[in-house]
Design a protein around this ligand. Structure first.
Ligand code: HEM
Ligand code: SF4
Length: 565
């Protein structure tokens, strides 16, 4: 019998592991150490080793091994961030890359170091399990979980329940394909729910208890699909049972003969929404529901293992102090406007720290910056950090009168860019710099665009805009979901890029449309500039880029993109 661990003040926002969790991680490291030893000794071929390494997040990329470490629902403690910094410094090239699924990737890992790295991670309750392979991947969640004014429940609790249910689930370890779940604690979709295999949005039910809208079969890649609403009122207590039913239907009927048709989205399309729903309902009705029932006591017990912040009683005054600062310093005020999010606690806010400096590589963070972020989390946000699916870092609970001090420190360290939600807050996949599947490099074009639109005033003038870049049709950079998307293609052996317009992953999801033939990197950058000029010239008062795009269609933008000077 293990004692239920109590969360300490060092564990705000994180689930407290018990000795069973810790022993499991250590056993897993020992198992992998032996597998690596056998591979290095030539006892295992690469083909034999591949499924074993993939179960531990270890990929073989174009130039080196890449290790993808899970950050469950994006939450990290300061000490975990320091561990990541240590790994980047000692075993990689001094940086890590935060991904669109709230993970971190180390790109230059040596195979012989991986057992030691996983051991170090296990010491700080981290791992790389289920970050690859055809299983249920790291469940992603809202970066403002537990802090956002609009949430009806803290989705980290349910994400943790899903993590426990799905980890090493015997039936779902070899699914037809990978499976991604995202959960939001409110109806505001900050998790791209409709582009996941399962997306969950919470709202308050009539009886005062939370219910979930369940979307299924969304995804990007070569067949981009917006998820289908499967049920609009799933009671919390049926969460596990219902997801189990969905996964069983997928596991049984999903295609295993063709990798490109194996995701659940293809099955939902083949059966139709009604046909798929019927199968799930039949499975749900037939299963032993009592076994999967999720009673409020269990939810409460999981919640109790999360550390909660104890807010300062005098923080309400922080608002006046901030108001004075905002008046005195317009540059600071602009940063606060773009990079902060309202908090449910008076006097606090959530702060998004941009990992997208002008001309930088989206999502790359150096070990020194990681250490600094950890120190700042300790000093200003209860020792807790969050990684966003837009590849930035959030301090969840910052007193508003600490913002000015924080801004000054961040600016000195290349982390003060005031661009959250603006054109240079770019998502880019690793592309041809790392990825063996790529047609083109995503990173240099992201850097060029970031430099081209670096002027903070111009970015604010352009306003809210999502620019996403993928190096091939696998769409790891979510280009279809960008208001502007860039897709790397192979044009007669040369790297080239297509532009898509009109995609969105928020509350009104849409898939971007390709506007024309592919261009070179520089031509694409120039075309984007002309597209933006067209928007600025033709927008109605108060209209965001995506709204203008929806109103006018792609024609005027296409004309501008292909106009020859
Ligand atoms: C057959 C090969 C691959 C396919 C079909 C594929 C497809 C995808 C798709 C569709 C996504 C995001 C959208 C979603 O939620 O489904 C994704 C995520 C991602 N992919 Fe790939 N990808 C492949 C290989 C790679 C490789 C080799 C790399 C690295 C070099 C890579 C890097 C990423 C990254 C960084 C993400 C964000 C995901 C995360 O943290 O899990 N992908 N991939
Ligand atoms: S989108 Fe293509 S190029 Fe980019 S990481 Fe994914 S597979 Fe590689």
């Amino acid at each position: 019998m293990t004692q239920t661990p109590q969360p300490s003040s060092r564990q705000v926002g994180r689930y407290a592991y018990d000795s069973v969790d810790r022993t499991f991680l250590k056993q897993r490291v020992d198992q992998f150490r032996d597998q690596v030893r056998r591979r290095l000794a030539g006892e295992l071929s690469e083909d034999e080793f591949k499924p074993l390494r993939l179960m531990n997040g270890l990929y073989l990329q174009l130039h080196a091994y890449m290790l993808r470490v899970a950050i469950p629902y994006g939450i990290l403690s300061a000490s975990q961030m320091r561990t990541l910094a240590h790994i980047a410094r000692k075993y990689d090239r001094d940086y890590g890359h935060f991904t669109t699924r709230q993970n971190i990737q180390f790109n230059w890992i040596k195979l012989e170091d991986t057992p030691e790295i996983l051991d170090i991670l296990a010491d700080t309750e981290m791992h790389a399990i289920q970050t690859s392979g055809n299983c249920i991947r790291n469940v992603t969640s809202d970066q403002f979980a537990g802090a956002a004014q609009d949430e009806v429940l803290d989705p980290r609790v349910h994400a943790e329940i899903l993590r426990q249910w799905s980890t090493l689930h015997p039936e779902f370890t070899f699914l037809p394909r990978k499976f991604k779940i995202a959960i939001s604690g409110s109806m505001q979709d900050r998790v791209a729910a409709r582009f996941h295999d399962i997306g969950l949005l919470a709202r308050m039910g009539d009886n005062g208890r939370a219910v979930f809208e369940v979307y299924v079969g969304g995804g990007l890649g070569r067949t981009p699909v917006i998820g289908t609403l499967l049920t609009s009122e799933l009671p919390e207590e049926d969460l596990i049972a219902y997801l189990e039913a969905v996964l069983r239907v997928y596991n049984e009927y999903g295609r295993r003969d063709n990798m490109y048709k194996a995701r659940i989205k293809i099955l939902v399309q083949a059966l139709g929404a009604e046909g798929f729903r019927e199968k799930v309902d039949a499975e749900f009705a037939a299963m032993d529901r009592a076994r999967y029932h999720l009673p409020p006591e269990i939810v409460e017990a999981i919640r109790a293992r999360f550390g909660a912040p104890v807010f300062d009683a005098d923080a309400a005054q922080a608002e006046q102090a901030l108001a004075l600062r905002l008046k005195a310093d317009p540059e600071f005020a602009a940063w606060v406007r773009t990079n902060t999010h309202p908090h449910k606690q008076k006097g606090y806010c959530s702060l998004t720290i941009s990992c997208k400096p002008a001309g930088g590589i989206p999502g790359d963070v150096t070990s020194a910056q990681m250490d600094l972020l950890a120190d700042l989390a300790d000093r200003y946000s209860f020792g807790e950090l969050r990684i966003t699916h837009l590849q930035n870092v959030v301090l969840g609970h910052v007193r508003q009168d600490h913002l000015f001090e924080l801004w000054q420190i961040l600016q000195l360290n290349g982390l003060g860019t005031p661009n959250i939600g603006l054109i240079t807050d770019i998502i880019a996949c690793p592309g041809l710099d790392y990825c063996s599947l790529a047609n083109a490099r995503s990173i240099p074009i992201a850097q060029k665009l970031s430099a081209r639109f670096a002027d903070a005033g111009l970015q604010r003038e352009i306003g809210s805009l999502r620019l996403n870049i993928s190096g091939c049709i696998n769409a790891c950079g979510h280009h279809h979901a960008g208001h502007i998307g860039i897709l790397g293609v192979d044009k007669r052996g040369e790297e080239a890029f297509q532009i898509t317009l009109g995609g969105s992953s928020g509350d009104l999801p849409s898939i971007g449309q390709i506007i024309g033939s592919a261009m070179s990197e520089d031509e694409t950058v120039d075309a984007i500039v002309r597209i933006i000029d067209t928007y600025l010239a033709q927008r109605a008062p108060g209209e965001h880029f995506i709204e203008t795009c929806r109103r006018l269609g792609t024609a005027p933008f296409k004309d501008a993109a292909y106009a020859v000077a």
